[in-house]
Design a protein around this ligand. Structure first.
Ligand SMILES: Nc1ncnc2c1ncn2[C@@H]1O[C@H](COP(=O)(O)OP(=O)(O)OP(=O)(O)O)[C@@H](O)[C@H]1O
Ligand SMILES: [Mg+2]
Length: 243
């Protein structure tokens, strides 16, 4: 694990994400890549709203940033580590400790309880926190879910409830980077508002960097920065104020 950690504070830049000459092909023999990003940076602590047409590569980008996919060409740095050249095992460890992910399909384990699903994040990060139940309860309560839901199986929840459990699981380890893909599509207006507030407040309080993907343009009001796919040779800071 130590090999993926940087202990020398002086070597740390202000960047959370740095992408250079990224290409991703779902089929290695394809003539043109499914996603191309010449250069893109995101500063630590920045929270951005990422939007774009269906098929423009938003989910592919988040999967690259999460290390679920590795680029066909180019370098991805996350908090100064050359993330894309780590082994799959190192990437898994790094993700468990530093990155919270809410996928478009929430990837809850259906036969496990809500609490067990949330505890998995702690298990994979090997943090063995003693306050995990209290923290899970506090997060779910902020997300307007009753405490009784903790002991329900994930498969017994509504889609909107599953979405909120997925976000609680992503936040429980207080990640430095949070990647969120279309998280509010199944929520009603009041749950959506509670969800967005918890998300933005939690990230601001912990200086968490966030990339938030949605088709729902009304949600960009929660963000200082909006960015459109495809990402061209610009840093996110130079695109501020697009909204
Ligand atoms: N598993 C896959 N196998 C092959 N091609 C894929 C796969 N997933 C995505 N693609 C292709 O990669 C491109 C980008 O897809 P991606 O899912 O990243 O788009 P998106 O912006 O997230 O779209 P949406 O808004 O519909 O979620 C599309 O052309 C898509 O067809
Ligand atoms: Mg998508």
């Amino acid at each position: 694990m130590e090999s993926t950690e940087t202990n020398n504070a002086e070597s740390q830049s202000t960047l959370a994400i740095s992408l250079n000459n990224i290409e991703y092909k779902y089929k290695s023999k394809a003539t043109s890549p499914d996603l191309t990003i010449p250069q893109w940076d995101l500063k630590r602590g920045q929270q951005v709203f990422l939007y774009g047409d269906s098929g423009s590569g938003k989910t592919t980008l988040l999967n690259l940033l999460a290390g679920v996919l590795t680029p066909s060409a180019g370098v991805i740095k996350i908090f100064d580590r050359a993330f894309s050249s780590l082994s799959a095992r190192q990437r898994d460890k790094f993700r468990a400790r530093h990155i919270g992910v809410v996928f478009q399909q929430f990837n809850l384990i259906p036969y496990l309880s809500v609490l067990k699903n949330i505890q998995l994040a702690d298990y994979f990060a090997s943090t063995k926190r003693k306050d995990i139940i209290d923290s899970a309860q506090a997060l779910l309560s902020k997300l307007k879910m009753p405490a009784s839901v903790l002991n329900k199986r994930a498969s017994e929840l509504s889609v909107g409830q599953q979405q909120r459990v997925a976000i609680a699981r992503a936040l429980i380890n207080q990640p430095e980077l949070l990647l969120v893909d279309e998280p509010t599509s199944a929520l009603d207006a009041s749950a959506r508002d509670a969800f967005m507030k918890v998300l933005v407040e939690t990230c601001a309080a912990a200086n968490t960097t966030m990339v938030f993907v949605s088709h729902d343009m009304s949600l960009q009001d929660y963000f200082e920065t909006s960015i459109a796919m495809p990402l061209l040779s610009q840093s996110s800071s130079s695109q501020e104020g697009l909204k």
